[in-house]
Design a protein around this ligand. Structure first.
Ligand code: SAH
Length: 361
């Protein structure tokens, strides 16, 4: 029971079943229910994941007579784009989505010279209540279904193909929500994103970012998906982390680091340590030293620190650290033998970071 609560928030108000909720066996069973042969399941998967089509009426290899049946039974309309905002000269594009029940959430598409990344939501809202995060202020509305998660990916891939003649290369679960609190649906989505019969994106190009739900991190390691794991640490000491990432009172810094060490050992993957630098809150030189030391002990070369200049949320008293403080922080972490870089901050002018669009409504 406790496990259930930890891994999966209640299945409240999830949308109707969609093709993208199903694995290969489920797809075969679903087409059989409609009286269709098994090979139709493969055709539909090719249309959806390969050609990025979610409307059976446009699936020309499907007999016209069954398109309506397939549409009604397997492809309900899940998401409507209610706002689309571009910035960075069109290289960053944020979409506000509305689900059938009125729930809103967002995704952000970012184009870089060497990659195209979509940042997606796993929940509408978030129950983790981190005080510096816009999403954390509103609480959790509900989990997203697997198909609602995948529709964000499909839309991004289709936009890249249609508008830029390009391909989606990376997916990061750094939009709204705590992915490991919607465990089963997020893992199913990761499988569809990485499978050759799904979107076929390399597992190492998929990042799951978590506040540090230790049992769920271990369970994810045991799935052998080998996606990149990011731990939102934000403080090296429990006293401060209790306030910045309240779930720390349940799984503290030591336990979170032990869990990500297990993840790194099982998967052979380096773990990203996310650290939002907040002026005069967590940016002191001694905290940089402590961060470097703790990571050196727990992970060594298996850690990479991503410093994120805080993106101030409306009404918050907190601000990003000055450049000089940031540089000193990097230097001190590196001096402990830990690799450390400052993350590029995209989309500030369109409040693309961290739940701000949905918060503006
Ligand atoms: N719940 C997950 C994933 C969503 S948040 C997690 O916490 O990891 C994605 C990342 O953005 C996290 O590292 C989060 O701490 C960070 N973040 C949230 N609000 C921010 C802000 N205002 N400025 C900078 N980073 C922020």
């Amino acid at each position: 029971m406790t496990q259930q609560l930890v891994f999966d928030a209640p299945r409240r108000g999830l949308p109707p079943r969609h093709f993208a909720d199903l694995d290969a066996a489920g797809r075969v069973a679903a087409v059989a229910e409609l009286g269709l042969p098994a090979y139709r399941a493969r055709q539909l998967a090719h249309q959806y994941y390969g050609r990025l089509i979610a409307d059976p009426h446009q699936m020309t290899d499907l007999p016209a007579a069954v398109r309506e049946l397939v549409a009604t039974a397997m492809f309900p309309d899940l998401l409507t784009a209610v706002r689309d905002i571009a910035c960075d000269g069109g290289q960053t594009r944020k979409t506000l989505w509305r689900a059938g029940d009125g729930t809103t959430f967002e995704s952000v598409l970012m184009r870089y010279p060497q990659r195209n990344t979509v940042c997606i939501s796993s929940q509408a809202g978030c129950g983790m209540a981190c005080p510096f995060c816009a999403t954390g202020q509103g609480g959790l509305t509900r989990n997203l279904s697997t198909a609602e998660i995948l529709e964000q990916v499909r839309a991004a891939a289709a936009a890249l193909r249609d508008d830029f003649g390009d391909r989606l290369s990376n997916v990061v679960f750094m939009g709204m929500g705590e992915p490991l609190a919607n465990y089963a649906r997020v893992v199913a989505a990761v499988r569809r994103i990485t499978e050759p019969s799904g979107f076929g994106i390399s597992a190492r190009a998929v990042t799951v970012s978590t506040v540090g739900l230790a049992p769920a991190i271990r369970r994810l390691a045991d799935e052998r998906l080998a996606v990149t794991l990011a731990l939102s640490l934000h403080a090296p000491d429990d006293e401060l982390r209790h306030t910045l990432v309240p779930v720390n009172t349940r799984w503290d810094v030591g336990e979170a680091l032990e869990a990500v060490r297990y993840y790194a050992d099982v998967t052979g993957r380096r773990v990203s340590i996310e650290y939002a630098l907040i002026r005069d809150v967590n940016d002191q030189p001694w905290r940089a030293d402590l961060l470097g030391e703790r990571l050196h002990r727990a992970l060594g070369r298996l850690a990479h620190v991503n410093l994120i200049p805080l993106n101030p949320t409306p009404g918050s008293v907190w601000d990003a650290s000055p450049k000089s403080v940031q540089q000193e922080f990097v230097r001190r972490v590196r001096s402990k033998g830990i690799s450390c870089t400052v993350r590029d901050t995209r989309g500030r002018e369109i409040s693309a970071a961290c739940g701000q669009l949905a918060a503006e409504g």
